[in-house]
Design a binder for this molecule. Structure first.
Ligand SMILES: [Zn+2]
Length: 428
């Protein structure tokens, strides 16, 4: 039995490796880094990676005709919560109740489903910043990387680390319920242990609560997070909601500040100077999740100010809720409204949604751009997002790791499903 299994996994790996090359004909190939495009380009994909751009199609290649479309690299949401879905019914949009009622297992499955809809909307990379029960985010990422299910490349945080009580307000009487949604770390020893625990259980970025509680984290405590995370090659993302918290996080040299409500002109100037990412999670005006027009105006003004100050910006959503009739991917792409309202030109928004996204995920030299040697992640839309950013709302084609996920506007993910870990079981 065991021998037979080994033989089968060898055969499936061998067949994956000997895959036929693919020649993608792009009517318009967009380079978001320069904001330029080139007509009628040929992209040759082999063994899941981009082999070359240009030249003739290999004789034995499968041809994919996107000659009527714009082809571009996949999009990035730099702040999502794939394994959290709070709802009006039954929990009145209180994620505290969601965390009590939805098991880690169902939340991992939600993450897979949300990841699939993100891919369908063109997002091939998602940075997932916690609230995922007991590492549902790691389970989902591993399932994608081992080859069980289709999904975006996920940079996940594991459990959010904070001072006692995490982010819950009010703190539940049964205090133990804070765990596993948050990991308490109140002393230097606990900070080191909490980072190491997340490393062990599959985190790819460390997320901390800078100032959700009055005691927050000091500059020195955040520096300890940064050095401990760096030992495992990870960056530290900080949830910030007060001006004082922002000032401390900037002084500590944090990698990214999550959310924008506490960021003013002075903070933006310092962030630009120190190269700190602004992952602003700028929610658009909507009856369902942001009905307050004044708040939306403040969000837009903040984004304008950050852009004018040349702060490093990431497209990010904080999407963690269900809107009836919309997939997670549709909720996320709707955030284009805020970026348009801020008057940021389409080529800049596109660069922020791609190049900046790979950079804030610390992936840029390994995945994202359409360049020889990198994994073949690409999408196609009928319009031209360099002139009309809303063209991104109509993603008709998605390729991930050289496998077609969506074609002619229909998800066709058959190649992503295996009955074993085809990319190796050691991925964790
Ligand atoms: Zn969040």
């Amino acid at each position: 039995m065991r021998k037979c299994g080994r033989l089968l996994s060898f055969l499936s790996l061998a067949s994956a490796l000997s895959a036929q090359p693919i020649a993608v004909r792009a009517g318009r190939l967009i380079d978001p880094e320069t904001g330029t495009s080139a007509a009628n380009q040929l992209i040759v994909v082999e063994n899941g990676r981009i082999l070359r751009i240009g030249g003739a199609a290999p004789a034995n290649a499968e041809t994919i005709d996107l000659s009527g479309m714009s082809v571009l690299p996949g999009l990035v949401d730099a702040h999502n919560h794939l394994a959290l879905t709070y709802k009006r019914d039954p929990e009145n949009n209180s994620y505290y109740l969601t965390s009590v009622m939805d098991s880690t297992a169902i939340r991992a499955i939600q993450a897979v489903s949300n990841g699939i809809t993100m891919m369908s909307s063109g997002f091939t990379v998602v940075r997932d910043l916690g609230n995922n029960a007991n590492y549902a985010d790691s389970a989902m990422r591993i399932a994608v990387e081992q080859g069980w299910v289709p999904g975006p490349t996920v940079i996940n945080s594991g459990i959010i680390i904070g001072g006692m009580g995490g982010q819950f307000t009010p703190v539940p009487e049964r205090f133990s319920l804070v765990y596993p949604e948050y990991l308490d770390a109140d002393t230097p020893e606990e900070i080191v242990k909490a980072v190491r625990k997340n490393v062990l259980f599959g985190a790819k970025v460390i997320k901390i609560m800078v100032d959700a509680k009055p005691y927050g984290y000091t500059v020195d405590e955040m520096k300890l997070f940064i050095t401990e995370a760096a030992k495992s090659g990870m960056k530290v993302a900080g949830h910030v909601q007060t001006r004082a918290g922002a000032a401390r996080a900037i002084e500590a040299g944090i990698w990214s500040i999550e959310h924008s409500t506490a960021l003013d002109d002075a903070a933006h100037k310092l962030m630009a100077q120190k190269g700190i990412w602004r992952v602003g999670t700028e929610t658009p005006l909507s009856d369902y999740y942001q009905p307050n027009a004044e708040r939306f105006t403040r969000t837009v003004d903040g984004l304008k100010n950050a852009y004018a100050n040349h702060v490093k910006l990431a497209f990010s959503t904080d999407a963690d809720y269900y809107i009836p009739g919309m997939t997670r991917g549709q909720v996320v792409i709707d955030f284009l409204k805020t970026w348009k309202a801020a008057g940021i030109p389409a080529p800049e928004i596109l660069k922020i949604m791609t190049i900046n996204g790979y950079q804030v995920c610390d992936l840029y030299d390994r995945r994202g751009p359409i360049k020889p040697g990198l994994p073949a992640d690409l999408i196609a839309v009928p319009g031209n997002p360099l002139t009309d950013i809303d063209a991104l709302r109509d993603v008709r084609f998605v390729m991930k790791d050289g496998m077609v996920f969506k074609r002619d506007g229909v998800m066709t993910p058959e190649k992503f499903f295996h009955s074993g870990p085809v990319n190796g079981w050691r991925i964790h």
